[in-house]
Design a protein around this ligand. Structure first.
Ligand code: SF4
Ligand code: SF4
Length: 345
């Protein structure tokens, strides 16, 4: 890793140099019912639109690499034969400008399944390989428990990571592309004072963590507590709306549908992100539903995140961003759910 520092005004120049690509970053999207600003990731055309001091976006940036709905292929009958057309839907390279460490780690987790597994997903990989990622440090919100999940800091999966030192940024450079880019703006090696400021910023961030999840032996506890009444209690509250999976940066389950036009000459195969909390998620041909109750579905979401994924990849599928708890109308959040299953109130 190479470290540099540059004055804040140089960031606009960096944006300008990258503007030939599609730039996605945090922007303000109105206010919530308490008057607090709402943020989300969107395509940004002007540097001044970027809200780099954002707290947490409502949705994660996953929709740019894993769209909620995507056409996988189209079919057309041509004379007496049919033709298949596949489009991986990769257009221009994408720049994520200002991702927090939790979202960078979420992409690293998606990679394990969609890019590095036995059957890589070409639709995901096409977009993922065309990404340039600029991370930025954050101030933890009350719902953030990323520290418990070990995702409060990103050590790979980005090109450049910025920490705010007041009038300047401390830059961690991980790739040659980022190094070349920084050579086109005014930056220099960090001084002893800069290093002191960087350590001060890191220590300051640590003081803001309030939410925690006890992860020690969690997989074993989940094995032991499969029949815990806590699941029924949370299931009673759950509305089976699927919002938690919608906002989650690591939920990737999907369904595939085929649509045939009425003229029987054209067809389309589409993929839509699904949620294991939705009532039909485990329904199979013949009408049997393997998870007919909201409690069984909610439980499986937690078992996939904190049990099955850990067994497969030795890490949890949750980055502790807290989005699911914030978005849930029934006030169901991982710290409380896991504490109750562990027998803590
Ligand atoms: S946990 Fe909350 S957000 Fe998720 S499905 Fe249930 S009610 Fe909806
Ligand atoms: S399960 Fe909730 S806290 Fe964990 S990554 Fe998904 S949205 Fe964030």
């Amino acid at each position: 890793m190479i470290f540099k520092v540059f004055k804040k005004q140089e960031l606009a120049r960096l944006h300008e140099l990258l503007a030939v690509n599609i730039i996605v970053g945090p922007v303000t999207k109105g206010n919530d019912r308490n008057g607090k600003p709402l943020y989300d990731f969107d395509v940004v055309y002007d540097f001044n639109e970027l809200a780099l001091d954002y707290t947490q976006t409502v949705h994660s940036p996953k929709r740019f690499v894993l769209p909620y709905q995507e056409t996988l292929s189209t079919f057309a009958v041509n004379r007496n034969d049919w033709e298949k057309h596949v489009d991986f839907n990769v257009y221009r390279p994408l720049v994520f400008f200002g991702m927090h460490a939790c979202d960078i780690n979420a992409l690293n987790k998606l990679d394990l399944v969609l890019a590095q597994s036995t059957y890589p997903n070409p639709y995901y990989m096409g977009k993922r390989k065309n990404l340039f990622i600029i991370g930025i440090d954050c101030k933890p919100e009350p719902q953030c428990f990323c520290r418990s999940m070990g995702t409060d800091s990103a050590i790979h999966g980005f090109d450049l990571f910025l920490t705010d030192l007041g009038g300047k940024y401390f830059a961690e450079i991980l790739t040659a592309t980022a190094f070349d880019l920084l050579s086109q703006i005014n930056c220099k090696d960090p001084s002893a004072k800069d290093l002191g400021l960087y350590k001060q910023a890191t220590n300051g961030k640590n003081k803001h963590y309030t939410a925690t999840v006890e992860t020690s032996d969690l997989t074993k506890i989940l094995d032991l507590e499969f029949e815990s009444p806590a699941w029924d209690a949370w299931g009673e509250k759950c509305l089976s709306c699927g919002t938690c999976a919608n906002v989650c940066p690591t939920c990737y389950c999907y369904g595939v549908e085929e649509h045939v036009d009425l003229d029987l000459q054209h067809a389309r195969k589409t993929k839509s992100l699904h949620s294991c909390n939705l009532i039909d998620f485990a329904k199979v041909a013949g009408g049997h539903n393997f998870r007919p109750t909201s409690a069984s579905r909610l439980k499986y979401r937690y078992y996939h995140k904190h049990r099955g994924f850990v067994e497969a990849f030795e890490e949890s599928l949750c980055v502790g961003c807290g989005r699911c708890g914030t978005a849930c109308l029934a006030d169901i959040a991982p710290p409380e759910v896991i504490a109750s299953v562990r027998g803590k109130e």
